[in-house]
Each structure stands twice: as C-alpha cells, then as structure tokens.
Design a protein around this ligand. Structure first.
Ligand code: ZN
Ligand code: ZN
Length: 372
C-alpha cells in the first residue's frame, strides 16, 4: 500500500486505525529532507469523492455524534448546577463551621479565615473563568482568518498558511480543504479542528489549539478545589450524617445537601483529577491525545529497529510549558500569568508549529480515511 506520499503530518491519523498501521511503512522526517524538497504548488482543490452508500456503522456513528451534540447544552447546565451546589455549600456551611462555629478565635483565627476566603475565592474564579473560556473559545478551524477569501481560492489560501512537505497536501475528504499539521476532523462539530485533542461534551466544544489551556486549567482548579473541599468538609459531613445530633445543625442549608456535596466532591475529584493528570502528562510532553496514540506505536516500532524515538514538537518540560502557557522567553506574557485565570491566547495560529528537530511520521497511504 506504499504510495508516493513520503511524509504525513503526525496528527491526521485516527487512533482506531492501529491495526491498519501494522502494514504501513514508517518514515523518518528530518529538517534536511524537508529543505531538500522542491515542491510544485498545488493549483486545484481535489474533487469531492463520489458519495458511497452509508453502512450501518456510518449510521450509528452519525446518531452518536448527534446525541453528543444534543447532550452538550444539557451537560453544561448540569455541570454548572453541580458546581454551584458545592460552591454554595462551601461558603454557607464549611467556612462557617471552621471559623464562626467556635467563638473567640483571636488574631490567628481571623487571619486563617481571611486566607481561607482569599484562597477559596481564587479557586472559584479559576474554575468558573476557565470553564467559561473553554466553552466559549472556539478550538480553532482551518478557516480561521480566511473566511473572506472567495470559495474557489479557499483551498490555496489555507494551503499557503500551512507547512506542507509533500506534493499532495493532506486533505480532509469531508471539508475538502488542506489539513495543517496536528489538525483532525471532528465529526461532532463537522469541521477540521487545529491541534485537535478530543471533543468534550461537557464543554459542548472541541478541545484544540485555542482552548486546550482553559480546559487543562479548568481540570486543575476543579480537582484542587475538590481535594480542598473534601478535606475541609469532613467535619461538617460527619455532623450532617450524625442524625442523632438532632437540632445541632445551625445552618439554613439542609444537612442532606452537605452530605451530597461531600460525596459529589469525592466523585468529581477522582474523575477530574485522573483526567487532569493525563492532560498534564500530554502538555509536559507536547502531545495531543491522538498524537500520544500514534507516538506510542511509532516508539514501539523504533525500539524494534534499535532507533530512538523523538517527538518533533517536544522542547523539554520547561520549553513545552512556556509554549503551552505562552510565557517566558519563548512566549509573549510574564510567567506569573500561568497562575491567573486570564484569557491568554496560545502561541501561533495553530497551522504551523515550531519543531525541535527530527520527527517520525506514519504513512497511511491513499486509503487513509481522512485523505483523498
Ligand atoms: Zn475536515
Ligand atoms: Zn468537536
């Protein structure tokens, strides 16, 4: 199945194509090879392939995508309500339990109360602001900034904005537009998304180049807040659960809500914490979820051949952090902005990425589902 396509961008492949990969050749991608390429410009957009009859799995996929899309606004509402219950519980039960339940706290008691209020408010700000940004910030589309181009010129304009080292540019057969490196087609959003990570129904949006930071920071603030809530909520929870204490519940919020919020915080903390750790790993190693699947496979192949695998977007932990948060010598903002829930855009337009050197990419051949 080897074709004339020598090199393909890394993130255009589906992780569920692993079996197909077994038969595909592996290419080494070096900057020297790239510079040596003398490419003819592509002048015409590829023709839309003849539509085939949808199979059962096509229909199931379409139905699942529609369900995920329809569920989005409902899940956002549910998430907002659950977060509100926990936040409300924290400020109306947990804080009063620790700082006004006992009288005569003195200077250090008051200082503790103030610090606690500042820290909790910072976490709430981090959760809400990042959630809002993750939902409202488009993940990034190949048509960003080129929407004014006439239809027939779109293909060329998009192509000129991306780096392409092959005679035949990778093209999405659903959008019929070139696919910049790290781009993938989202079947729920029905468009190609820049530096695509995954589609998240909880934010009713894709996680991609322009909102990955907000998504990661939302997970981080939320899991930290859950941990803090659970620790601080042990006392109030035990009091709420001790039904024999009778009237010993001086808060107007019902004790069952406090018990519910504590259990909820444990559940969210475990789920979101696990996902947060995964996305921190991806961020520190400069990979998207899709790329991680591909890279793991290529790494295995390299090991068999006695070669060392390198991820061409990896600039080391600190370099990757600077890139991700757009801070430090590699970015445009001061380092402390990484700790503030501000709407700071990432480096670059998401269609070209700086490379640290040699990289390996898979050749999927003409039968790749996302290729023409
Ligand atoms: Zn597409
Ligand atoms: Zn999507």
């Amino acid at each position: 199945m080897s074709t004339s396509i020598g090199f393909q961008p890394l993130a255009t492949a589906d992780p569920d194509m692993d079996l197909e990969m077994q038969a595909q050749p592996l290419h080494r991608h070096t900057q020297e090879q790239v510079d040596d390429e003398d490419l003819e410009p592509i002048t015409t957009a590829p023709r839309r392939p003849f539509p085939r009859k949808p199979t059962l799995s096509d229909r199931v996929e379409k139905l699942t995508d529609s369900a995920i899309k329809g569920l989005g606004p409902i899940l956002i509402t549910v998430a907002f309500l659950l977060l509100s219950v926990c936040i409300f519980c924290f400020f109306s039960v947990i804080i009063p339990y620790h700082y006004t339940w006992n009288e005569g706290q003195g200077f250090f008691g008051n200082l503790g109360y103030i610090l606690n209020m500042v820290w909790s408010s910072y976490l709430v700000w981090g959760i809400m602001a990042n959630y809002y940004y993750a939902v409202r910030t488009p993940a990034g589309s190949v048509l960003d900034g080129v929407k004014n181009a006439p239809n027939e010129a779109l293909f060329q304009v998009v192509l000129s904005e991306m780096e392409c080292y092959t005679e035949v540019p990778p093209t999405c057969k659903r959008c019929m537009l070139p696919k910049p490196e790290r781009t993938h087609h989202c079947s729920v959003c029905k468009k190609c998304v820049l530096k695509y990570d995954h589609h998240c129904p909880w934010i009713h949006n894709c996680v991609g180049h322009f909102n990955h930071r907000y998504f990661l920071m939302f997970l981080t603030y939320l899991s930290t807040a859950c941990f803090y809530f659970v620790i601080m909520g042990v006392g109030p929870f035990l009091l709420a659960a001790d039904l024999e204490s009778g009237d010993n519940w001086p808060y107007w919020l019902d004790r069952s809500l406090m018990a519910f919020a504590e259990v909820l915080a444990v559940a969210i903390g475990v789920a979101v914490g696990g996902m947060g750790c995964w996305h921190w790993f991806l961020t520190l190693t400069a990979q998207t979820t899709l790329e991680q699947y591909n890279n793991a496979y290529i790494k295995k192949m390299c090991k068999k051949r006695g070669e060392t695998f390198t991820n061409m977007y990896d600039f080391g932990i600190f370099g990757n952090l600077m890139d991700f948060f757009n801070v430090g010598p590699r970015g445009h903002y001061p380092w402390y902005t990484a700790f503030l829930p501000l709407r700071i855009p990432p480096i670059g337009n998401g269609k070209r990425f700086e490379r640290s050197g040699r990289g390996f990419v898979l050749d999927f051949g003409e039968e790749d589902d996302d290729m023409v």
